[in-house]
Structure formats: structure tokens, C-alpha cells
Design a protein around this ligand. Structure first.
Ligand code: SF4
Ligand code: SF4
Length: 478
């Protein structure tokens, strides 16, 4: 419960003012009152169609919509926006777990400090090398580093050294070109050091925006400090990281509250720093060791999950949206269609899982995977659905981050880079890692889509570079 003297202030430095409980509750009330207000809903959808986003209040109304026809219109707009901004490209990545030692008590995560069933492990630099080589051999170019919070086992120095190791490894034609980092909330100084180490996006999930629920779910450890956790992205921005990725773990608490909170977080970052989140992740609670989803009565159904994704797409059209292998093939198909732009593939959620693939590693998994297909199978499936699997990492390597990236994205200019980059990185994947069937399907798509690149100059250069990729050259980008 918040005190009455705390006012909602989108630009505030204080979590309780920019994720203001009273504003969220008033928004949910407003949404309930207006869920059958057709003229208002039509107005919100018309605004969404323009691709400039909608506010957290407007999004809350759409989350409540039950009219089938309106719902279908909402999905159609989400699909069109996605098509307009992202084309049919889906960016691929994989998580890399460095350590599962953790001092926190998050009740939904098997790494919580009190769980004695799982083997604890922290990778050495040599073990990281082996993991990275295994990931490169699958074809990955973009990683998300994951680690539990532990001042002794995974201090910032360990994370920085690991990033350096990862970027230094060249195995055959492999290279990890972008390392996104998902580590516990930390200081401005540490964020500065991460930025200097060349990270892509700094990712941190809020888990739930409902403070009371958050405090219940995080009873012990540094993460139990809601304000420190919620202000982490502000400190990351002050430390110079301008691509940040937010997320909520849907099912921990009321999803309506979390959607509104997440959008208020995005509005806050935009208002205070001039740039909203680079990505939003939408994980849902999954079974794992010591975790029973039945203990979480707020779990969201596939239908609701799809609606959440579509509403987020309407609200923040230029923010990438990520789903992991927590989701099954079927639910991934549902959300790809209405807004998701990034997927993980061939993931292991255990420490040491890629190089070893042993039972030991499996036992230390953070959550059970629903989509167990290999990266090659996922690439083949995306091609079949008409998507271009993209291994592009060009933007941050070209200095297109933060507001620079957003202004290119909003003007539509980024599309001139994304499409050819997707085709060229897919061509690299096909040459180096694909099965013959996937290679045939991908080659056919590349030939067809290269012809559709609108600019003569870019089409010509892409065509030439694709030829050079077949001849063995690598790492072209616009
Ligand atoms: Fe630790 Fe993160 Fe798991 Fe919480 S969610 S127990 S901080 S690894
Ligand atoms: Fe992403 Fe930039 Fe590559 Fe486009 S060009 S896919 S925005 S990294």
C-alpha cells in the first residue's frame, strides 16, 4: 500500500513515484469501466494503427476487451504494425548460464538460496570457452548472459572477464558478435564497466510490478529491495547503457497490473532519458525443480498471453519483443504472429548445458524447456512459416544504440539495414551450419527476397556480398 502523499510522476527518480501503485489501480479501474465503450476502444485502435504507440491507460482498456470482433481487429493491427516495422524477420539468440549460485530467495526460481536439491556450479573461463564453441557450432552470434546473484561467486569482475572471453573466441567461422547481459541490479559504476566491456542490451526483469506481491515473492537477499531493483534501469542509463531490456514474469501476479506497470516503466525511461526500452521480454511461469506452477494461481492462458503480446506491440511498436524456449512451438507461433520479434533457439537453461548436455547439467536448469528443438529445426520451421531467421547484430557494432537507434527505427530507415543484414547473416548460417533441407529452403528465400530490396544500390551490394559469403568471406553488415 502506498501513502497518499506519494504522487505519480513519470519523470521521477523514485520507483514508487514512476511505478505508482495508485495510478496503476486507477488505470485498472478505468479499464474495467470502459471495456464495453466501443467508441473509445475504436479510437484507441485507430491511434494504435498509426504506429506511434498508445498510453498505459489505453493499453489497459484493450487488455480488458472481450468482444471477439474488436479482438480480431486488435490482432490484425498488431500484425500489420509488426509487418511494417520488422517485416518478416525474427532475430535469433541463445541464453548462456554462467553460474547458478544465488543469494536471493525468489520463490519461483530453483536457484533460490535455500534449494538444496540442485548442484551449484560456476563456469571457469575454460568451461565458458567450451560453451561458446558449442554455441558457435550451432550457428549462434548473439547471446544473453545469465547468472545468479552472488557477491563471491559472480562478482562484476567475473562477469567482465567472461564477456571478454566470449568476445575473444573464434572457432572456425564462428563468432559471438553481441553479448546481452542479464545480471542482478547493480551500481552506476558497475553499469559503466559493463558498457565499457561492449555489452549489447542490459536486461533485467521486474518479475512483477506489484510491490506487495514482489516483496512476498522475494523474501530474502538483495533482490528483496523493490526500489533498488526497480530503479536499476535508471542507473544503467546513467552508467551509459542506452539499450535496456525490461520484462515481467507473467503468472507471478495479476497480469493486468504487470502490463500496466511495464508500460509505465517504458514511459518513464522515455520521459527521463529520451529513449524507451530496447526490448521487452514476456516469460511465463514454468515448472522447474522445487517449483510447482499450481502454486501460482495467476498463471496466464495461451489466449491471454497472445492478447498481452498484441497489446504490447500496439503500445510500444519500436520495442523488440522476446520469447524464450519456455514457450512451446504452438504458443510461439501464436505470438510470433502478433508481435514477437526475437526468439531463442536450441537453448539450455543449465550451467554447462551446451558443451556437456549431461544429466548433471540438466538437473541445474533454471526452468523446463517447452521448445526442445535444435536451432537448425527452429530455423527450418521459421522458414516454413515464411519468416527470415536473422543472426544480425549490426546496430550496436555500428553505434546505432539508444536514441540513435530509436530515431532510425521510428523513421523507418532502419528497414534498409535490417532486411539485407538478415539475408546476409542467414546466408552465413546456411553455409556454415544448416542441414541440407534447411539450406535449400533458406537459399530459395534469400534469392527471392534479395530481388525485393527496394534500393538499387543496396540490392546490388547485397547481391555481391551474398556471393562473397558463398566464397568464404564473413561478417558483412549495413
Ligand atoms: Fe537468483 Fe535470479 Fe533465480 Fe532470483 S531469479 S533466485 S535472483 S537466479
Ligand atoms: Fe536489429 Fe539493427 Fe540488425 Fe535491424 S540492423 S536486425 S535493428 S541489429
Amino acid at each position: 500500500m502506498q501513502h497518499d502523499d506519494i504522487m505519480y510522476n513519470v519523470k521521477s527518480e523514485r520507483a514508487e513515484e514512476f511505478i505508482h501503485d495508485g495510478e496503476i489501480r486507477a488505470t485498472l479501474e478505468y479499464a474495467r469501466e470502459h471495456r464495453d465503450d466501443k467508441p473509445l476502444i475504436e479510437e484507441i485502435l485507430d491511434k494504435a494503427e498509426k504506429g506511434k504507440g498508445i498510453s498505459h491507460r489505453e493499453a489497459a482498456v484493450l487488455i480488458e476487451v472481450r468482444d471477439k470482433e474488436i479482438e480480431e481487429r486488435m490482432y490484425a493491427i498488431a500484425r500489420r504494425l509488426k509487418e511494417r516495422i520488422y517485416g518478416n524477420r525474427i532475430v535469433m539468440f541463445a541464453p548462456l548460464y554462467l553460474s547458478n549460485h544465488c543469494v536471493n530467495g525468489c520463490v519461483y526460481c530453483p536457484y533460490h538460496a535455500k534449494n538444496k536439491h540442485i548442484p551449484r556450479r560456476r563456469l571457469t573461463q575454460e568451461e565458458i570457452r567450451r560453451e561458446v564453441i558449442a554455441l558457435q557450432d550451432m550457428g549462434h552470434k548473439r547471446l544473453a548472459l545469465e547468472t545468479g546473484e552472488h557477491p563471491k561467486m559472480s562478482p562484476i569482475e567475473y562477469v567482465l572477464e567472461s564477456i571478454q572471453t566470449i568476445y575473444s573466441i573464434r572457432h572456425k567461422n564462428g563468432a559471438i558478435r553481441r553479448v546481452n547481459v542479464n545480471i542482478a541490479a547493480t551500481t552506476v559504476e558497475n553499469y559503466r564497466r559493463l558498457k565499457e566491456a561492449g555489452i549489447g542490451t542490459y536486461i533485467l526483469f521486474e518479475e512483477t510490478y506489484d510491490r506487495a506481491a514482489y516483496e512476498r515473492l522475494h523474501p530474502t537477499g538483495p533482490k528483496s529491495d523493490w526500489a533498488y531493483h526497480t530503479e536499476a534501469m535508471d542507473r544503467a542509463m546513467l552508467g551509459g547503457i542506452d539499450d535496456v531490456g525490461i520484462g515481467a514474469l507473467f503468472g507471478l501476479s495479476n497480469y493486468r497490473y504487470d502490463v500496466v506497470g511495464m508500460l509505465m516503466h517504458a514511459e518513464h525511461l522515455e520521459a527521463r532519458f529520451g529513449v524507451g526500452p530496447h526490448t521487452i521480454s514476456v516469460p511465463r511461469i514454468r515448472p522447474a525443480d522445487d517449483i510447482n506452477p499450481e502454486d501460482f494461481p495467476d498463471a496466464v492462458t495461451d489466449e491471454v498471453f497472445r492478447r498481452i503480446v498484441a497489446v504490447l506491440r500496439l503500445a510500444v511498436p519500436y520495442t523488440g519483443m522476446i520469447v524464450s524456449t519456455r514457450e512451446s512451438k504452438r504458443s510461439r507461433e501464436l505470438v510470433l504472429d502478433v508481435g514477437v520479434s526475437q526468439l531463442s533457439g536450441g537453448s539450455k537453461t543449465s550451467v554447462g548445458g551446451y558443451a556437456e548436455g549431461t544429466e548433471d547439467a540438466e538437473e541445474s536448469a533454471q526452468f523446463d524447456i517447452s521448445d526442445n528443438r535444435t536451432l537448425d529445426e527452429i530455423v527450418g520451421w521459421l522458414l516454413e512459416l515464411g519468416y527470415i531467421p536473422s543472426f544480425c547484430t549490426a546496430c550496436y557494432r555500428e553505434g546505432r544504440t539508444g536514441d540513435r537507434f530509436m530515431s532510425l527505427a521510428k523513421s523507418g530507415q532502419i528497414g534498409n539495414c535490417c532486411a539485407p543484414n538478415a539475408l546476409m547473416t542467414l546466408a552465413e548460417y546456411l553455409e556454415d551450419y544448416a542441414s541440407p533441407e534447411v539450406k535449400a529452403a533458406g537459399t530459395e528465400m534469400i534469392e527471392r527476397l534479395t530481388k525485393e530490396i527496394p534500393s538499387d544500390k543496396i540490392r546490388e551490394i547485397t547481391h555481391r556480398r551474398l556471393q562473397e559469403i558463398v566464397e568464404g568471406k564473413r561478417d558483412f553488415r549495413f
